[in-house]
Design a protein around this ligand. Structure first.
Ligand SMILES: Nc1ncnc2c1ncn2[C@@H]1O[C@H](COP(=O)(O)OP(=O)(O)OP(=O)(O)O)[C@@H](O)[C@H]1O
Ligand SMILES: [Mg+2]
Length: 253
């Protein structure tokens, strides 16, 4: 986000649709309602799920399907409140305020703004300015930039990684949590994951079935303390499609 994120850039772009992205009927119906609400006022959605289960893809596909610009920001690396907005930098011996892309994204009508790892800012106060933006007044005052208002049709998607160390929204500030519609994601159903593997990596159906068998064994083994994500399953599939053995793919995946 930081590098090159100065004023004048484009805050977001419409992503390409993934022809092999699978979303359940329930998820599609939920997102359809979110789209409708977003035409009345900006709306916030919190996507919860394990690492690599498809959270970022969901946000990207929402933007792709509705042909909306997408802008993604890492919240997990923030260490102070104003850091998303801009910074003072020395230019020709003068200190100047340089705006980052976030203020632009806020002011881009219909922008889908993805806030990644909202539960993990390096400093808790880093979220302070987001509070007002995500609350009903939808604006924030900054000495450097004046009053910033969220444009019509903006949708915020925050993603939160559920891990062993915590589950659900328990680590999210309740006041922040209160501002979101929540959707929980899990790994794909077996038959779907097999199809995604076939389509995305080029393994045969038999190979895909074999991979998912092993993956399920690993997922079901609590002692191993590993979670094989859809991302990992796809990496295993790619290794096999490239000529690797199942054993090789599993140990390196
Ligand atoms: N429902 C799905 N259909 C097709 N592919 C999927 C699906 N879910 C995940 N994938 C694939 O799995 C990989 C990981 O997905 P993604 O990056 O969206 O996960 P994530 O939950 O955002 O991960 P992280 O927790 O690391 O941020 C991507 O290659 C994505 O295309
Ligand atoms: Mg992600």
């Amino acid at each position: 986000m930081k590098s090159g994120a100065t004023s004048g850039g484009v805050a977001g772009f419409v992503p390409e649709a993934d022809p092999y992205y699978y979303a359940s009927a329930e998820t599609l119906s939920f997102l359809d309602k979110i789209k409708r609400i977003s035409t009345k006022h900006p709306v916030n959605v919190l996507v919860i799920g394990k690492q690599g289960c498809g959270k970022s893809s969901l946000v990207r596909q929402y933007a792709a399907v509705h042909q909306l610009p997408l802008a993604t920001f890492q919240i997990g690396i923030l260490s102070e409140p104003g850091q998303l907005f801009g910074e003072y930098a020395l230019e020709n011996g003068e200190t100047k305020y340089k705006q980052f892309l976030f203020p632009q994204a806020l002011q881009t009508p219909n922008c889908v703004i993805h806030l990644e790892e909202i539960n993990r800012p390096e400093h808790p106060k880093a979220l302070n300015m987001l509070f007002s933006i995500l609350s009903d007044d939808r604006q924030v005052w900054m000495d450097e930039l004046g009053l910033l208002s969220v444009a019509d049709g903006v949708t915020f998607f925050a993603t939160l990684n559920e891990g062993d160390e915590f589950v659900g929204t328990e680590l999210l500030d309740p006041a922040l949590r209160d501002r979101f519609y929540v959707i929980s994601m899990d790994y794909l159903p077996n038959d779907v994951e097999i199809e995604v593997l076939e389509n995305k990596t080029g393994v045969t159906r038999a190979q895909a079935v074999e991979i998912i068998d092993v993956v399920n064994t690993l997922r079901g083994n609590a002692d191993l303390m590993v979670d094989v994500s859809t991302r990992k399953a796809l990496m295993i599939g790619e290794m096999i499609a490239a000529g690797g053995s199942l054993r090789e793919a599993i140990t390196s995946g």
